[in-house]
Ligand binder design. Structure first.
Ligand SMILES: *Cc1c(COP(=O)(O)O)cnc(C)c1O
Length: 482
């Protein structure tokens, strides 16, 4: 097993040379706050450190190494040119407190991105401030709250579908609303009758993940919007998976009032261990005044400025300054590089790729909703479980042995033994075929050699871990034994 970096420590070994200290050692920190003993920091040479992290990196799976069909997470390949562009000192040397007139280029980029996101999705404007999809949801719900407060409406409930992403009910609760969940129909879509029953004068809005977590586009959007708008509720679209709709559907034109985008799923910015992300929201004209301050606006003379003029109606701030600027910058490059035609082709390819895998696997795995999916689909390990006692967890672990990342499993909750597969548009047919062949092999193994699946993974640096122990007794601190 790889030793931790602390265990590799050799007292006195150094990876640096520094000039002699020529300033006072203690710069005035009161005696009582000074440590009695220096903290234990492992001492290693530069080469030791390089080898340590390269070894760890090699053990990891990443998109640069192999296919990553993690449904709902959209693990597509992001163009590396963006990483180079974003490191331009003209951007990296900016200070957020600088005067507007010394940061015109960066303001222009933010302005353009606000406008592009809004126009791609049919909204009046967008804010770049939220730092993740989930924070975009919270922002959108706060817009709903601000809208109702401004009209004196007393509304306390947000309706969500049972096929919603897990963050939806969490955000609803965090924003101070009560989440009212309705069941999906047998096509995996919103059950209109159930919706009618759930709607009343307390309904503040409806939050719809679209395409939903079954990878299905909600085709009854018009009827749904009519029902919600009839009680002055607002329509919120969870557009995290907008990578399925680029250039195909403009949510702002089909009845939605608010939507969030996941730049890290749709517009080529990296996921990063929980951040930095970016989850802008787009809104209809009458809701723009509620967006966080500031917005970037353009004056008649063509210059850009940070506009705080709506601060009395604004819901406030979600984050210091203007959001994750460098992340937003990458999305800007991605959009300008592809143009609307390129974006449209990305969505079309994402949809074709998902449907291709679904069709190739339908004889081997149970697929509950197979009328045609968008960018992802949900298969189930139900046949393997019922016939051979092989669980979806076993199948997912065996996928690792075949050199791929596993799909999302046991989600959405409404499908038993669910496996959510999203190939994305960036994968070639050869890669998709390799994955399909691996999944078929696993289906054969389930029949002929189920033991292998119970033991999987066999070929990974770490074998099967105890998930329950990891969750219940999480302890990631390294303890130094003296
Ligand atoms: C990923 C996702 C979210 C949450 O986005 P984060 O950036 O991870 O907070 C919300 N809704 C859907 C449908 C998603 O796929």
């Amino acid at each position: 097993m790889t030793k931790t970096i602390f265990e590799k420590h050799v007292a006195g070994r150094k990876g640096y040379t520094l000039p002699k200290l020529d300033v006072p050692k203690n710069i005035g920190i009161p005696e009582k706050y000074l440590r009695k003993e220096p903290p234990f920091i492992p001492e290693l040479s530069e080469l030791d450190v390089m080898r340590h992290f390269t070894e760890l990196g090699d053990k990891n799976h990443c998109i640069e190494k192999g296919f990553y069909p993690l449904g709902s997470c959209t693990m597509k390949y992001n163009p590396k040119v963006n990483e180079t562009l974003v490191r331009n000192p003209a951007f990296t040397n900016l200070h957020p407190m600088q005067d507007d007139d010394t940061a015109q280029g960066s303001l222009e980029v933010m302005y353009e991105l606000q406008k592009d996101l809004a126009s791609i999705s049919g909204f009046a404007d967008s804010t770049l401030q939220p730092l993740a999809g989930a924070q975009g949801e919270l922002t959108g719900l706060k817009v709903i709250k601000a809208y109702h407060d401004s009209k004196g409406n007393e509304k306390t409930e947000i309706i969500i579908a049972d096929s919603a992403h897990g963050t939806n009910p969490a955000s609803v609760t965090l924003a101070g609303f009560k989440a009212v969940e309705i069941k999906s129909n047998d096509k995996g879509m919103v059950d209109i009758e159930a919706l009618r029953e759930a709607v009343n004068e307390k309904t503040a809005g409806f939050m719809l993940t679209n395409p939903n977590t079954l990878g299905i586009f909600e085709s009854s959007f018009e009827e749904i919007a009519e029902i919600i708008h009839s009680v002055d509720g607002l329509m919120y679209m969870d557009g995290a998976n907008f990578n399925a709709l680029l250039g195909i559907v403009k949510p702002g034109e089909i009845g939605f009032d608010i939507m969030h985008y996941n730049l890290h799923k749709t517009f080529g910015t990296p996921h990063g261990g929980g951040g930095p992300g970016s989850g802008p929201i787009g809104v209809k004209e009458e809701l723009v005044k509620f967006l966080p301050t500031p917005m970037v606006r353009k004056k008649e003379d063509g210059t850009y400025f940070l506009d705080y003029s709506h601060k009395d109606t604004s819901l406030g701030k979600l984050h210091a300054f203007y959001g994750n600027f460098a992340v937003n910058l990458k999305a800007y490059f991605y959009i300008k590089m592809l143009g609307i035609e390129g974006l449209n082709r990305a969505s079309e390819n994402a949809i074709i790729n998902a449907n291709y895998i679904m069709r190739k696997l339908e004889d081997y795995y149970y697929i509950p909703y197979k009328e045609g999916c968008m960018h992802e689909f949900v298969a189930s390990g139900k046949w393997q479980k019922d016939k051979y006692g092989v669980s979806t967890l076993d199948i997912a672990k065996r996928v690792l042995d075949k050199g791929f990342h596993a799909p999302t499993i046991y989600f959405p909750l409404i499908v038993k033994e669910a496996m959510m597969i999203e190939p994305t548009e960036t994968e070639s047919k050869e890669t998709l075929d390799q994955f399909i062949a691996a999944m078929i092999e696993i289906a054969e193994e389930a029949k002929n050699n189920p033991e292998i699946l119970h033991d999987a993974p066999l070929n990974t640096p770490v074998r099967r871990v105890d998930d329950t122990k990891a969750v219940r007794e999480l302890d990631i601190r390294f303890k130094i034994s003296k």
